[in-house]
Design a binder for this molecule. Structure first.
Ligand code: CTP
Length: 217
């Protein structure tokens, strides 16, 4: 099966030396990509900036920096994949203007105006080919299950991986709940992200054999 995984944070530039980003380490997405390769799947990894070695055996590694670059890379490839997992922590906002030169400090406050980035996962959900399995992540600090189930519905997902920020960000271990479109719930961990990744992949791949897949290519 063809699998696309996105991983890591994005960086939204303020000027040539500054950016807005988040604490995502990319470990969960990289572990998922490694698990997909190990399971024999043709695996594409679209990755924001991380300090991790890419898994051996990828069909393609696409390094990106911003949410816009990640959107372009993912949208160009997703339609041909039977399983798409958006594990990346994509920035929801970017600076409305990016300075060409380093901003010099001025007296007083600096007001940074932010604009929304595209919601890549929602776009994938709207364009989902029949038979494709689309999986999102929901990192929450509160109301975990209700927020995650809302995202699954809003973004037209087949599964959502819900985790509390306190349990996962940056760490080698994680504890997640996999929620299915049919309301099924699978609690995984606490365990190393490599173990959780294998279990997640097995659970979602079982429902996405690709037999009725109608994506192009
Ligand atoms: N995501 C995305 N594009 C964005 C933002 C998020 O594809 N611009 C994806 C992430 O990869 C993840 C899921 O959407 O799979 C989680 O999105 P999140 O931002 O947490 O959810 P929202 O619906 O935006 O809700 P909120 O910001 O209210 O938490």
């Amino acid at each position: 099966m063809r699998v696309l995984v996105s991983a890591g944070p994005t960086r939204e530039r303020i000027d040539p030396v500054r950016f807005i980003s988040n604490r995502s380490s990319g470990k969960m997405g990289y572990a998922l990509a490694a698990a997909a390769v190990a399971a024999g799947h043709e695996t594409v990894l679209v990755s924001g900036p991380v300090n991790l070695a890419p898994p051996a055996g990828l069909a393609e590694l696409v390094p990106v920096e911003s949410a816009a670059e990640m959107a372009a890379a993912v949208k160009a490839r997703a339609a041909a994949c039977e399983l798409v997992i958006m594990a990346a922590a994509v920035a929801d906002y970017r600076p409305a203007e990016t300075a060409d030169r380093k901003l010099k400090k001025q007296p007083g406050e600096l007001l940074l105006r932010l604009e929304r980035t595209e919601d890549i996962l929602a776009a994938l959900g709207r364009a989902k080919p029949a038979g494709q399995c689309l999986v999102g992540f929901a990192a929450e600090t509160e109301n975990l299950l209700a927020n995650a189930a809302g995202k699954l519905e809003r973004k037209n997902l087949d599964f959502i991986v819900a985790n509390l920020v306190a349990d996962g960000f940056g760490s080698d271990d994680n504890r997640v709940i996999l929620i299915g479109r049919d309301g099924s719930r699978l609690e995984l961990g606490p365990a190393p992200k490599t173990v959780i990744a294998r279990q997640l992949l097995a659970a979602v791949a079982a429902t996405s054999s690709g037999s009725d897949f109608s994506g192009t290519v």
